[in-house]
Design a protein around this ligand. Structure first.
Ligand code: SF4
Length: 426
């Protein structure tokens, strides 16, 4: 498969099964393919998982599935190099490819060599929450830092004469995410090396909020011609990500149009009237029609007339203002989608945390699936709730663990106690 300028936007998703559970992972891949996934990512936590993804790929091919399979790698250059012959693409995170920057360069050169031999692509997948100290010491934890880090790896690809490359700069904060991609698109253009971009809002959460947040970041970029492949990350069954991703891909290929039927602009206020067949459709249309204008502060206020009732209209406006970070009407939640590293029932834990903290407006609360990557990925959170495995949870304040090994059955209560104690110390 080829992605890039002029080609359809490819929709990706990622398995949340344990990679060693080959039957479950193959079954999930087949459901994804049936739903229309163009690319599937599978985590490969370590060397001992390489054989599992190799078998998964072989089983899919023997089922007639040619959908590209991407190995997701963190903290192990050895694993990236070992898995490269057996998959279509390897995703690496420069923030954790190797702690020592000089060694990271050497190991990346080794990876590129293997990728060239096997025609394997590489995604340079940076995340706002896990930029390496090497880059944050120079530029802070900013969109510019993300762009600078990406450009350094783009430069290495040129140096190593390697061009099967995709780049991503995901963040949970939609302003940071959009700014980072805009900077990178411009920097690549100016440098004369333009690689395709994979766009997405990471740790977007679930339900309507997760869909709206993803639409905010992705639609703003696609409307500017930035983005060649996308993932809508949801803390749900990953198959649910695909219809939202397809909607976005189709919309920006002009294969579908918005159900917006009336628009009046008065200064910085818009009054928008829709005629959509369903609530789900009005949500997607509305989020895509107004995200960019809210993010770029062309508009401050919106009145929505969706045809599904005043309560729903107000709810969608609140959700969109929150996702564009213009007004916060509830706590901000960061939740990873889960993957083969997930240590507990993430979807269940996220719902419990949301139910117990819904009144705590002003806070950013993260619910993460694993202790290996979770703490590093929740950069903006005031509080973090992280699965440790063995039915235990760690609770973080900022990026510091304040309670470890809390049984899952008590962990939500402990988190609420800690937050309340901080709000009312007496
Ligand atoms: S933080 Fe979540 S998505 Fe990221 S590696 Fe851990 S379980 Fe997977």
């Amino acid at each position: 498969m080829t992605i890039g300028a002029g080609l359809p936007i490819a929709v990706q998703t990622m398995c949340n099964t344990h990679t060693r559970d080959i039957d479950a992972t193959v079954a999930q891949c087949l459901r994804m393919v049936q739903e229309g996934a163009d690319i599937i990512r599978i985590t490969v936590p370590g060397l001992s998982d390489v054989q599992a993804i190799r078998t998964i790929k072989e089983r899919l091919v023997s089922n007639g599935v040619e959908t590209p399979i991407v190995a997701d790698i963190h903290f192990s250059a050895d694993t990236a190099i070992a898995v490269a012959p057996y998959v279509d693409k390897v995703r690496i995170n420069p923030g954790n490819f190797h702690r020592d920057h000089a060694i990271a360069r050497e190991r990346f050169a080794e990876l590129v060599k293997v990728c060239k031999e096997h025609s394997t692509a590489v995604r340079i997948g940076l995340n706002h929450g896990s930029l390496g100290a090497y880059i944050t010491n120079q530029y802070g934890n900013t969109s510019l830092a993300m762009c600078k880090a990406a450009m350094e790896w783009v430069g290495m690809c040129r140096e190593f004469d390697f061009n099967q490359v995709v780049v991503s700069l995901k963040a949970s904060n939609t302003i940071v995410m959009v700014e980072a991609y805009r900077l990178l698109a411009k920097a690549m253009e100016e440098s004369g090396i333009v690689f395709p971009l994979h766009v997405g809002v990471t740790e977007a959460g679930n339900g309507d909020s997760g869909r709206i947040k993803s639409c905010v970041g992705i639609s703003t970029l696609l409307s500017e011609g930035i983005g060649d492949t996308l993932r809508v990350s949801l803390t749900e069954d990953p198959v649910n990500e695909i219809p939202v991703g397809k909607y976005l891909a189709d919309r920006y290929r002009h294969l579908t149009t918005s159900s917006l039927r009336g628009l009046k602009i008065e200064g910085k206020k818009a009054i928008a009237t829709y005629h959509a067949p369903s609530k789900e459709r009005v949500l997607l249309d509305f989020a895509c029609d107004f995200s960019k204008r809210l993010l770029d502060r062309e508009l401050d206020e919106i009145e929505l007339i969706s045809g599904f009732g005043k309560e729903y209209d107000e709810y969608l406006v609140n959700e969109l203002l929150q996702a564009t970070r213009r007004r916060f009407y509830k706590p901000e939640y960061i939740a990873c989608p889960g993957c083969g590293r997930t240590m507990y029932n993430l979807q269940d834990a996220f719902e419990k945390v949301k139910a117990a903290t819904s009144h705590m407006n002003g806070l950013v609360i993260a619910v993460m699936g694993c202790i290996v990557n979770g703490p590093g990925e929740m950069a903006d959170a005031h509080w973090g709730y992280v699965g440790e495995g063995n039915s235990m949870v760690s609770i973080y304040k900022k990026n510091v663990p304040v309670l470890r090994h809390v049984p899952e059955s008590e962990a939500v209560e402990r988190l609420v106690e800690l937050i309340e104690k901080e709000i009312n110390p007496d």
